[in-house]
Ligand binder design. Structure first.
Ligand SMILES: NC(=O)c1ccc[n+]([C@@H]2O[C@H](COP(=O)([O-])OP(=O)(O)OC[C@H]3O[C@@H](n4cnc5c(N)ncnc54)[C@H](O)[C@@H]3O)[C@@H](O)[C@H]2O)c1
Length: 364
C-alpha cells in the first residue's frame, strides 16, 4: 500500500524589502533576467532598469489579456528563458498580475521579482501570490497562486503617479487601517487631518510608513491563509481582506467606477449597513466616511453615483442590487461578506442577499 504525504510542495517564501529601483541589479543576474513593464513605466523609469531584455506590454487591463500573455510567452521563447532565469515585473497591479502568471506558467514556473510602481500594487497586488488574466470581459478568470521570490518597494516611483491613481490605491490602504484599528487607524486619521489642512498627499517617511503598515496587515492574513482555504469564519481568513469589496464590486460593475473609488464607497456602505443592524458603532461609521472623504474618495452609494456621472435614482440603485446578486461569494440566498464589528475587528459572515439589496436601495 502506498501512503505518502507531500507537505511542502506549494509553499514559497517571499522577501519584501524597501530599496531603490537601482537595487534590482543586485537582486537578479541581468544575464539571466527578463523585465516586463508597460511603455509608460519604461518611459518614466527605464533609465534605472538593470541591463536585461525588456518586454513592453499594454497599459492597464489591456495588458491582462490572453493576447498580451501569448506575446510575453513568445518573447520568453525568443530570449530562451530557462528555469534558472528570473522574470522581473515593474509596474502596477496589471503588469504584476500578467508577469506573475507568465512566470508561474513558463516551464511550469520560474522565479519572479516584483517592483510595484503604483500605490495599489505596493499595498495589495505585490504580496499574496495571486496573479491573473481577464477573459471574456471578466476579471481574473484565469490565474494561479505563485508568490514572487522578492518584492522591492521603492516609494519614490510614486512621485510620477497621477493623483487619481494614488487616491485609488489609498482606498485599499484605508481598508487595511479599518481591519487593523489601533495605531494603524490613528496614523491614517493623522494623514487625513493633514490633507484637510492643505498638505498634499503623503510623501517621504509618512508614505513609507503607510505602505509598510499595509504590507504588514496583508502579510498577516496571507501567511495564515495563503491559498484562501481557511473556513470563511476563521479569524485570520484571507476573506477578511475583502472588506468593502461586496458592495464595492457591485458599484464597480454597475457604475463603471475605478476599483479604489468603488471599494471606498463599498467600505463606507458596509460600515453603515452594520451600524443599521446595531452591529457597528454609528459614530465610527461616520468617522470612516470622513477619513475616506479627506482623501477625496467617495463615501456613500450616492457619491459613487455622482462620481460615475449617473443619476442616483431607483434605476441606478437596482443596477447595483442586481450586480450584488451576481457576487462570486453568493451561496444560495446568502452572500459571504466581510463584516466590520468595530474599527480593528472584522469577521466574515453570511448575510441574506435580500437584506443587503434592501440596504443598497435605501443607503445614503
Ligand atoms: N494579484 C493581486 O493580489 C491583486 C490585488 C489587487 C489588485 N490587483 C489587480 O491590479 C490591477 C490594478 O492595478 P493598479 O491600480 O496598479 O493599476 P494598473 O496596473 O492598471 O496601472 C494604472 C496606470 O498607472 C500607470 N503607472 C504605473 N506605475 C506608474 C508610475 N510610477 N508613474 C506613472 N504612471 C504609472 C500605468 O501605466 C497604468 O496606466 C487590476 O487588474 C487588479 O485586478 C491584483
Amino acid at each position: 500500500m502506498i501512503d505518502l504525504r507531500l507537505e511542502s510542495v506549494r509553499r514559497q517564501a517571499t522577501r519584501v524589502r524597501s530599496g531603490g529601483l537601482e537595487a534590482l541589479a543586485a537582486l537578479v543576474d541581468p544575464a539571466r533576467a527578463v523585465l516586463v513593464c508597460d511603455l509608460e513605466v519604461r518611459r518614466l523609469h527605464g533609465a534605472k532598469f538593470p541591463p536585461c531584455p525588456v518586454i513592453e506590454v499594454a497599459r492597464g487591463e489591456e495588458g491582462k489579456s490572453f493576447a498580451s500573455y501569448v506575446s510575453v510567452m513568445e518573447s520568453f521563447s525568443k530570449f530562451t528563458v530557462d528555469r534558472g532565469w528570473t522574470v522581473v515585473a515593474v509596474g502596477g497591479g496589471a503588469v504584476l498580475d500578467l508577469a506573475g502568471f507568465a512566470a508561474a506558467t513558463w516551464l511550469r514556473g520560474v522565479d519572479a521579482v516584483f517592483v510595484p510602481s503604483t500605490l495599489l500594487a505596493m499595498v495589495d497586488a505585490s504580496v499574496g501570490g495571486k496573479n491573473g488574466l481577464d477573459l471574456g470581459g471578466r476579471k481574473n478568470q484565469v490565474g494561479a497562486f505563485r508568490p514572487p521570490r522578492e518584492v522591492l518597494v521603492d516609494v519614490s516611483l510614486l512621485d510620477t503617479l497621477s493623483d487619481a491613481e494614488f487616491v485609488s490605491g489609498m482606498a485599499e490602504a484605508l481598508k487595511h487601517g479599518v481591519i487593523e484599528g489601533g495605531d494603524h487607524f490613528a496614523f491614517l486619521e493623522g494623514l487625513g487631518a493633514g490633507r484637510r489642512s492643505g498638505t498634499p498627499r503623503p510623501g517621504g517617511a509618512a508614505l513609507g510608513e503607510l505602505v509598510g503598515r499595509s504590507l504588514a496587515c496583508k502579510a498577516r492574513y496571507v501567511e495564515a491563509d495563503p491559498f484562501e482555504e481557511l473556513p470563511a469564519e476563521a479569524p485570520l481568513s484571507r476573506r477578511v481582506l475583502n472588506l468593502g469589496h461586496t458592495i464595492g464590486h457591485a458599484l464597480e460593475s454597475a457604475a463603471g467606477l475605478r476599483h479604489g473609488h468603488a471599494v471606498a464607497a463599498g467600505l463606507a456602505s458596509i460600515c453603515r449597513f452594520q451600524a443599521s443592524r446595531g452591529a457597528f458603532p454609528t459614530g465610527d461609521a461616520e468617522r470612516i466616511a470622513r477619513l475616506l472623504a479627506s482623501f477625496g474618495l467617495p463615501a456613500s452609494v450616492a457619491e459613487a453615483a455622482a462620481l460615475a456621472g449617473s443619476d442616483d435614482g431607483p434605476a441606478f440603485r437596482s443596477r447595483v442590487a442586481d450586480a450584488l446578486a451576481a457576487d462570486k461569494k453568493r451561496d444560495g440566498s446568502d452572500v459571504l461578506v466581510a463584516l466590520p464589528c468595530a474599527i480593528g475587528a472584522v469577521r466574515v459572515g453570511r448575510v441574506e442577499l435580500a437584506e443587503l439589496s434592501r440596504f443598497v436601495m435605501e443607503a445614503p
